[in-house]
Design a protein around this ligand. Structure first.
Ligand code: PLP
Length: 221
């Protein structure tokens, strides 16, 4: 089942768009089944769950399996997450970025990140506002141990396609604006938008990564 869903999704993604399989609330067996179907990038949103999967995995047997972090990250949990991920998609505050920079310096590592833009209607949703991201990227040179790779966003939680379309249009336009304004940030090219219910819309707005859980693994317990 997981295998068929992955092949179906992959066949619908243009080349250059990466499928990120969101395995939160699903067991490691599901991750390994997806790996068997050719999936290589997985994402988790809770530090403890990421860590238990990483620890249970025989990493030598899966050297090319990558993890992304996509949830709200508290600075006291950095040590649980940063050694194990190739991308933190959900950097949502300057404080978090400063702490990641500090960890990178202390550990001699450069951490790849996406900046999360607040685009949906939800009041509670995490993320930066546009002007905060512009200010931050003007300071990018000060973050010696951070690789700025692009933006992540989540559309409003709604069935209304026009609203989702407008949300994704906004982040897509902002991405283009940033690429123009900061040509020196050569890695700043990734746009992570689109989940199980809205990835087709995201593809029309320049998604380079889609983060899909339910449509691969089924509903979460
Ligand atoms: C859970 C989650 C997803 C995947 O959601 P689905 O609707 O199950 O595809 C994508 N992005 C983030 C940030 C998530 O927390």
């Amino acid at each position: 089942m997981i295998k068929e869903r992955i092949s179906e999704l992959v066949s619908n993604l243009p080349s250059g768009v990466q499928l990120v399989a969101v395995s939160k609330f699903h067991p490691l067996e599901a991750v390994l089944e997806a790996y068997g179907a050719g999936q290589r990038i997985f994402a988790e949103s809770r530090p403890q769950e990421l860590l238990s999967k990483v620890n249970a995995l025989d990493t030598n047997a899966y050297p090319d399996l990558q993890w992304h972090f996509i949830g709200h990250l508290q600075t006291n949990k950095l040590k649980m997450v940063l050694p194990h991920v190739t991308l933190v998609q959900s950097v949502d505050s300057r404080h978090l970025l400063d702490e990641i920079q500090r960890w990178g310096c202390a550990n001699g590592k450069t951490v790849s990140v996406l900046l999360e833009l607040h685009i949906g209607a939800e009041q509670t949703k995490q993320g930066f506002h546009e002007e905060e991201i512009v200010d931050l990227l003007f300071d990018a040179a000060n973050y010696s141990h951070i690789r700025f790779c692009g933006l992540m966003g989540m559309a409003s939680h709604t069935d209304d396609e026009a609203t989702i379309d407008a949300d994704f249009d906004r982040i897509d336009s902002f991405m283009a604006y940033l690429v123009d304004l900061f040509p020196e940030l050569e890695d700043f090219r990734q746009l992570s938008i689109g989940m199980s219910d809205d990835w087709q819309i995201a593809l029309r707005h320049g998604a380079t990564m889609v983060r899909i859980g339910t449509a691969i693994f089924g509903s979460r317990q």
